[in-house]
Ligand binder design. Structure first.
Ligand code: HEM
Length: 279
């Protein structure tokens, strides 16, 4: 007796989508899968494009989560904020693992299509700047590469007009009765703030008595977790870049590895790192 080939339709699998929304309709897969346009015939250019595009998709989610975490902290809703910040750290962990795929590309392979990139570079990633600005690393000079796109400038300006994630955490400390010094009176959010001894003292008091300030202590650790994974992303990037282009200039025009090494020194939440030496 011959066995009928297995047909999942017999168990109810939906097989007709002429009048129904399908998986690819919902996800707009045609658009996404139509967005890879290598400019050379080099085999590895597709890897390069997909690596950047997937990173941008994860960044989009990170922005969504950080924005909502900021609002939650402002509204004293710390539990949802913790959940969102945990997700942001996991997104960066995911992006960190992704470097392993890109590292399979050798300098010889990258050289085959590097000229096709022209002056384009991740330096012009406005979503990356949005993440930095949202977290609290603000530098108006980084707006310039986007001057030709009014909608991007408007988006970044909106972020600069409001307190950052760290500013919201500091304002919460103030509402909880901690003296955070001049940070409590800020009204202009456009520039990165300077680290302050008052804020350091406030976080230190929290870390010296975690049981008394558990929610703020947990918030601090969630922020450190986020920055920890973000730092690893920067470190993985610069190491991969050195492995692939050595000490050549970047396509975006910076000195390349030395510029990226300088960025390793950026601290998003400086007092949270400094307090560790003082405990
Ligand atoms: C072959 C792989 C890569 C090389 C050789 C490379 C190289 C560079 C270089 C040299 C810079 C400094 C700016 C410049 O002069 O161009 C830079 C910046 C940047 N790259 Fe990459 N990159 C690579 C992959 C990636 C990937 C996969 C991403 C993910 C989105 C990325 C995101 C960025 C970002 C966000 C910056 C700005 C960093 C900052 O200003 O702090 N890069 N890259």
């Amino acid at each position: 007796m011959s066995r009928q080939p297995y047909d999942p339709a017999r168990e109810g699998a939906q097989m007709s989508f002429r009048e129904r929304m399908s998986y690819s309709d919902y996800l707009h897969l045609e658009k996404i899968l139509d967005a890879q346009t290598p400019l050379s015939t080099a085999h590895d250019e597709l890897l390069f494009i997909i690596q950047h595009q997937t990173s941008e998709l994860w960044m989009r989610l990170a922005i969504h989560e950080i924005r909502s975490a900021k609002v939650a902290i402002r509204d004293n809703q710390l539990q949802p904020a913790f959940k969102m910040l945990t997700r942001v750290a996991r997104i960066f962990e995911q992006l960190n693992s992704a470097w392993d795929v890109l590292r399979t590309m050798t300098p010889s392979e990258y050289t085959e299509f590097r000229d096709s990139l022209g002056q384009s570079s991740g330096f012009q990633s406005w979503q990356y700047r949005a993440i930095e600005f949202l977290a609290g690393n603000r530098n108006e000079a980084m707006l310039k590469p986007h001057a030709h796109r009014a909608e991007v400038i408007a988006e970044l300006e909106n972020i600069l007009a409001e307190p950052s994630l760290y500013d919201e955490a500091l304002l919460l400390l103030s509402r909880e009765g901690f003296d955070i010094g001049p940070d409590a009176k800020r009204t202009d959010w456009r520039q990165s703030r300077q680290a302050s001894d008052d804020v350091l003292a406030a976080w230190k008091a929290i870390y010296q008595a975690p049981a008394e300030h558990w929610a703020l202590y947990e918030l601090a650790e969630k922020l450190v977790d986020f920055e920890d994974y973000f730092r690893r992303w920067r470190f993985n990037h610069v190491t991969t870049v050195e492995r692939i282009i050595g000490l050549k200039r970047g396509t975006g025009g910076t000195a390349g590895v030395s510029y990226l090494r300088r960025m390793l020194e950026v601290e998003l939440f400086p007092e949270l790192w400094k307090l560790r030496t003082e405990l």
